[in-house]
Design a protein around this ligand. Structure first.
Ligand code: HEC
Ligand code: HEC
Ligand code: HEC
Ligand code: HEC
Ligand code: HEC
Ligand code: HEC
Ligand code: HEC
Length: 362
């Protein structure tokens, strides 16, 4: 494919705006007679003076002169030499679709995020690299940067999911929203009840569940299991509170990726208490067993999936009769007489809080 006529541009002359001589002069070194068009060093990154990258950099990345021989789509054209076997992503104008500024996102996602391919030109830290590299930084304001303009590596844990402009160290901002598909509503499966569990408003507990409570968290970007397998994201409910034993029952929490429902979590009412347990206040039972509601909330069903009374009755099944305004009289400090949780640290904490005592479930 290197065997070409001395002045290849003559063959393509009809296509060229400029003449053959102009084109030759626009190359870093005049085209030498012979089968090779470009001069020595054109493809040697070590030869910074003659290297084609340096040339383009010095010419404001103007690719139009290359198109005449390498083709309008840089796939080879008359030269039959495509740019892409050497750097698949560049020239970007062909590889990244023009629709929307998320275009390189789609390119990367389709290819399982080959971010290392970007480093050659954007720098090992993605912030432009050395002068010999392109000095095109990903961390420019509005791009990969916090709202206050601090540059962020594209490898930050909130780049592809979570809050893109959030601080790289803000763990809660790693989780959706925003989802991988750019969804922000909790009705989207990628968003769901993330922020509620991570300590957002509406949660009736202070026990915020970290990522590791529901996922096996990748130790690094390219760790096995992160995005090397097709979605949906893997969910494994391992937070100890979810399987707190009670009354001889140890819940085994599950998540069903078909129905998007959680089941069998202590938190959503998979608990029971036995009146026969000598450590309990057994006068407060209407039955031999008191149970939660064993709720199976839908991940993307919104806050309506876990209203007051969904995880356990008001009062629970098997509990002596009581009205909502009466709970506070015995479950002192947990709820008020309006039935509102007043101390989240005592609610959904794995303990029964009653008469100012904290009892472990047995
Ligand atoms: C035979 C392989 C090869 C082909 C074909 C090729 N390049 Fe390159 N290109 C490289 C290498 C190697 C680098 C340097 C990457 C690095 O810095 O590690 C590079 C870097 C570049 C750079 C970045 C410059 C810099 O300073 O780092 C640009 C721009 C570029 N190429 C444009 C093109 C265009 C446009 C085409 C097609 C017309 C093309 N290249 C075809 C191998 C190739
Ligand atoms: C006059 C036609 C012509 C123009 C204009 C042209 N090329 Fe080429 N290019 C070729 C041909 C033919 C080859 C294969 C023979 C060779 O390597 O010289 C080639 C090869 C290359 C190679 C691979 C070199 C190697 O050793 O494998 C790179 C990189 C390259 N061109 C980049 C560019 C860039 C970048 C531009 C625009 C600044 C450009 N070319 C403009 C015709 C052209
Ligand atoms: C061969 C060098 C080279 C490689 C490899 C490269 N880039 Fe670039 N990139 C550039 C240059 C030069 C510019 C600025 C001019 C332009 O847009 O072509 C740029 C600009 C960009 C822009 C800004 C585009 C805009 O419209 O402002 C994005 C986004 C980008 N690159 C992403 C990537 C990603 C993602 C990769 C890896 C998959 C990558 N680049 C690999 C050279 C490269
Ligand atoms: C209460 C359990 C829970 C917690 C805590 C949790 N996740 Fe998730 N996560 C899920 C569920 C459920 C899904 C949806 C899986 C599906 O699509 O079937 C999910 C999906 C995801 C997805 C895929 C999003 C998409 O667009 O498809 C990402 C990324 C993710 N979680 C990251 C995190 C991170 C990072 C954290 C910690 C900051 C976290 N999660 C905390 C349960 C949780
Ligand atoms: C380059 C994009 C990208 C970056 C950066 C990224 N992730 Fe992800 N992450 C994904 C994709 C894609 C998925 C969905 C995987 C799936 O559907 O199986 C995902 C899923 C997850 C999940 C859900 C569980 C799983 O593996 O499916 C967690 C937790 C997570 N990422 C944590 C992190 C952490 C921690 C970091 C920072 C070290 C990080 N992510 C950086 C793309 C990224
Ligand atoms: C997401 C599930 C869930 C929701 C929603 C929920 N609870 Fe609970 N609640 C529990 C669990 C689990 C316990 C078991 C004790 C523990 O772990 O603190 C509990 C215990 C209690 C107790 C006993 C005191 C204690 O904490 O031991 C009272 C009183 C109570 N809840 C009232 C309410 C009221 C009132 C509401 C609505 C405002 C409500 N709960 C909503 C899960 C829930
Ligand atoms: C007269 C006192 C009294 C009233 C009123 C009362 N409870 Fe209880 N409740 C108890 C006692 C005592 C226990 C613990 C039984 C045991 O030791 O096994 C208990 C247990 C519970 C439990 C399960 C274990 C725990 O503490 O988390 C829940 C949930 C609960 N009550 C909710 C309620 C709700 C909701 C109301 C109001 C609708 C309410 N209770 C009203 C005395 C009361």
């Amino acid at each position: 494919m290197r065997r070409i006529v001395p002045c290849l541009c003559c063959a393509a002359a009809v296509l060229l705006v400029s003449g053959c001589a102009d084109l030759k002069n626009s190359l870093p070194n005049p085209v030498t007679p012979g089968p090779v068009v470009h001069a020595e060093g054109w493809n040697d990154p070590g030869n910074t003076a003659a290297f084609h990258g340096t040339y383009l950099k010095q010419h404001a990345w103007n690719l139009s002169t290359c198109k005449s021989c390498h083709g309008g789509t840089f796939a080879g054209g008359n030269s039959t030499v495509s740019c892409f076997p050497c750097h698949d992503a560049y020239p970007h104008e062909v590889k990244f679709s023009k629709s929307g500024n998320g275009s390189h996102v789609l390119y990367l996602r389709t290819k399982s995020y080959p971010l290392n391919d970007c480093k050659a030109c954007h720098g090992d830290d993605y912030f432009g690299g050395t002068a010999a590299q392109t000095q095109v930084s990903c961390g420019q304001a509005q791009c990969h940067a916090t709202l206050s303009g601090t540059p962020k590596s594209p490898e930050a844990c909130n780049t592809c999911h979570g809050q893109f402009h959030g601080s790289a160290n803000d763990t809660a901002s790693w989780a959706p929203p925003v989802s991988l598909n750019n969804d922000t509503l909790s009705s989207a499966r990628g968003v769901g009840a993330h922020q509620l569990h991570l300590g957002g408003t509406g949660l009736t507990s202070t026990t915020s569940v970290q990522c590791g409570g529901c996922h096996s968290v990748p130790a690094s970007l390219y760790a096995r299991g992160h995005f090397d397998t097709p979605g949906p994201a893997r969910v494994s409910l391992t937070i100890p509170l979810a399987s707190t034993p009670s009354g001889g029952l140890t819940p085994s929490p599950t998540y069903d990726a078909q129905t998007l429902k959680c089941a069998n979590t202590y938190c959503h009412g998979s608990w029971q208490l036995l009146k026969s347990n000598p450590l309990t206040f057994n006068n407060f039972y209407s039955d031999s067993i008191m149970t939660g509601s064993f709720a199976a909330p839908k991940w993307n069903g919104g806050s309506g999936e876990a209203p007051c009374g969904s995880c356990h009755g008001l009062p629970p099944k098997g509990h002596i009769d009581a009205s909502l305004d009466q709970c506070a009289g015995c479950h002192i400090g947990v709820v008020n007489t309006s039935g509102q949780i007043i101390d989240k640290s005592k609610h959904i904490n794995g303990k029964a809080n009653v008469f100012n005592q904290e009892l472990s479930f047995k």
